[in-house]
Design a protein around this ligand. Structure first.
Ligand SMILES: Nc1ncnc2c1ncn2[C@@H]1O[C@H](COP(=O)(O)OP(=O)(O)OP(=O)(O)O)[C@@H](O)[C@H]1O
Length: 326
């Protein structure tokens, strides 16, 4: 059987039928499309306006998203099959995740119980392990960037800020979403894989309580709270003892002290008590029943758009030549 990328490599833009809009992002729309030759096969087509990309100097990031996603092979990362371009847009033909964002489900229910949160974080750890093993940091974890497939499995998407980084190297570009930014990013000390570990801790807190640990009316105040540290945060009772201990180990101020930033990597996070008894093999086989039952969106669903205003990621400012690869 040919690899899935090869199987879809013959698809052209003109072979696709637009079914409905799945969402609107900062750079354009994401459409649900089907393949004329086999209408059962549906995809998400991310349509990015070239003019907007150039105006906001995001060429480098769109190209890096393309390269990283093309090479990623994990059940927990949204697949990219092919890219196209025309005069006005560049397009990414992707695996479709019809269950919507974890963000929307979380906002609807308020907060998740421990076992749901464990499942979501476990999927993220699988995705991050895949990326970190290949020298890639993600840098923009948040429930808005986690999509649910038809079954309710979680897939990481939106790789606009992901970056390949050499062993022992650091990067300095300020990017991310204020509530999720790590102290070393705020202080411009240079950051690396431990910044993703920090964000796992913030995500776990948000899933369990419904809001991230560091919140304030403006970004500057959020950064002030982050720099005061996780020790100053009051944990609500819904965060059990073991989850609390894990969050504190993930959100250590010093990047090198964070659980999962040592030589054992992400595997060390899996070994934490909070994951005791979790069926990792079943997760990898995708044979465990996911705790989140996704509401499947499609052409006949009037409420295709996610209702809640997502938090905006702060883009880094970089330029380079681009769109020939699309
Ligand atoms: N593969 C996909 N399957 C289903 N829906 C998707 C897929 N990718 C994106 N979406 C939906 O489309 C919306 C827009 O996605 P997109 O990645 O363009 O924007 P974004 O998340 O706002 O990111 P950006 O920060 O790049 O603007 C998302 O909110 C999501 O609900």
């Amino acid at each position: 059987m040919p690899a899935v990328n090869e199987a879809f490599s013959k698809i052209e833009l003109s072979d696709l039928v637009m079914e409905c809009t799945l969402g609107i992002g900062g750079f354009g729309r994401v459409e649900l499309v089907s393949w004329k030759k086999n209408p059962e096969l549906t995809f998400a087509l991310k349509c990015l306006k070239k003019q907007h990309i150039v105006r906001t100097k995001q060429q480098e990031h769109i190209l890096s998203e393309r390269t990283i996603l093309f090479n990623a092979r994990s059940n927990f990362i949204c697949r990219l099959y092919k890219t196209f371009r025309d005069a006005k847009f560049v397009y990414m033909l992707m695996e479709v995740c019809l269950g919507g964002e974890v963000w929307t489900v979380l906002r609807n229910v308020g907060n998740f119980d421990e076992s749901t949160s464990r499942f979501v974080v476990a999927c993220v750890l699988e995705a991050f392990q895949h990326l970190h093993d290949r020298g890639i940091i993600f840098r923009d974890l948040k429930p808005e960037n986690l999509l649910l497939d038809n079954q309710g499995y979680v897939k990481l998407c939106d790789f606009g800020f992901a970056k390949a980084i050499g062993p022992g190297k650091k990067t300095w570009t300020f990017c991310g979403t204020p509530e999720y930014v790590s102290p070393e990013v705020i202080l411009n000390k240079g950051h690396s894989f431990p910044t993703d570990i920090w964000q796992i801790g913030i995500l776990l807190f948000e899933l369990l309580t419904g809001s991230p640990p560091f919140t304030a009316p403006d970004s500057m105040k959020i950064y002030g709270a982050i720099l005061r540290g996780i020790g100053a945060v009051e944990f609500p009772p819904v965060v059990g003892k073991s989850a609390r201990a894990l969050i504190k180990r993930l959100c250590k101020e010093s990047p090198s002290e964070r659980l999962g930033s040592g030589s054992g990597g992400i595997a060390d996070v899996r070994k934490h008590k909070w994951f005791q008894g979790f069926d990792w093999a079943g997760l990898r086989r995708m044979s465990i029943v996911p705790p989140l039952r996704p509401k499947i969106r499609g052409p006949n669903d009037a409420s295709n758009f996610d209702k809640f205003e997502p938090r905006v990621s702060i883009p880094p400012d970089e330029i380079s030549g681009w769109d020939n690869d699309f």
